[in-house]
Write a protein that binds this ligand. Structure first.
Ligand code: ZN
Length: 318
């Protein structure tokens, strides 16, 4: 499959960095507040325009995100940079509004079993929570994003019902969330499943702005991005150095890697506004911080045209 943007307007792709939320949340160790804020500030400096910074969930349920307000307060805000946080309910929405977030994101799983396991409530109850907090976002003039988790498959139920996906998107749209993220929470997306899902949503809700959140659990994360680009999707979510995990596939990688994604987009002629070298420095620091090898490939190999001297290279035969 090949892809090339057809016009300058078509060239810009919005990359949302989710490392400090999705990535750090799946780590057992707690990352200091100042370190999180420093990473976010350096991402902004590197040209990242959209960041899912943290989450206003219950600190008891998710201790990694207990410092959400403090992280937000330490970020050097810049116009044109969108800071999104997760919000599960009205209480979280008030905290997010006080922290002056640009966008609140709600998460509901398309799989009833996953929704119960993750949010401890059925889909309808999770949507009722959203209906309750959406007016709070509107009141403060804050953007709303509706995320559909396990949109491309569930480890408990297998393929999810398209009717569930559409029901969730319908509720989001009805309450003013036109930005829809389809989350490959457990890495089950494939190009055909993504095409089917994006087309079904567009057929019913042509005004929806779709973003794709892929995981690289089975090694086809960037192939899914290529397919998304061919479908005309211009927003992707990813994590620095590929940080993140998959709770239902131990040892598997999590989110697609931001530097690898940006590298792919740039070589395909897309624009992201991101300085890839500066981004790679941040990603290497994240790898150092985690004290282990992370899945990102670009930070290991470096730029494509970083030439190697022929002298001293061990000859490989064949
Ligand atoms: Zn993820």
């Amino acid at each position: 499959m090949s892809f090339a943007p057809s016009s300058p307007d078509d060239r810009f792709v919005l990359v949302t960095e989710v490392g400090t939320r999705d990535g750090f949340q799946s780590e057992t160790r707690l990352v200091p507040t100042e370190v999180k804020a420093d990473l976010i500030n350096r991402l902004i400096e590197a040209g990242v325009r959209s960041i899912e910074a943290t989450s206003f969930v219950s600190p008891r349920a998710v201790p990694q995100m207990a410092d959400a307000a403090e992280v937000m307060a330490l970020i050097e805000r810049k116009s044109g940079v969108r800071l999104t946080t997760l919000v599960p309910n009205a209480r979280g929405a008030e905290r997010a509004a006080a922290a002056k977030v640009d966008m609140m994101a709600c998460f509901v799983s398309a799989s009833e079993t996953h929704c119960q396991a993750n949010l401890n409530k059925p889909i309808d109850a999770a949507l009722a929570d959203f209906a309750e907090f959406a007016p709070i976002a509107h009141k403060y003039g804050i953007g709303l994003r509706g995320a559909v988790a396990t949109a491309f498959g569930c480890p408990f139920e297998g393929d999810v019902k398209m009717g569930n996906v559409l029901k969730i998107v319908e509720a989001y749209m009805r309450h003013g969330a036109r930005h829809i993220t389809l989350g490959d929470t457990t890495g089950m997306a494939t190009p055909p499943v993504v095409t089917r899902t994006v087309e079904a949503i567009r057929a019913r809700f042509p005004e929806a702005v779709i973003a794709l959140h892929f995981h690289n659990t089975r090694g086809i994360g960037l192939a899914n991005v290529m397919n998304g680009l061919a479908l005309g999707v211009r927003e992707y979510e990813s994590s620095f150095a590929g940080l993140g995990g998959c709770p239902f596939a131990p040892g598997a990688t999590g989110n697609i890697c931001t530097e690898d994604l940006v590298y792919l987009l740039h070589v395909c002629g897309c624009e992201t506004g991101i300085d890839l070298d500066a981004l790679a420095v941040v990603a290497r620091d994240v790898q150092q911080l985690m004290e282990r090898d992370l899945p990102g490939q670009y930070i290991k190999a470096g730029p494509r045209l970083k030439l190697t001297s022929i002298e001293g290279v061990r000859r490989a035969v064949g």
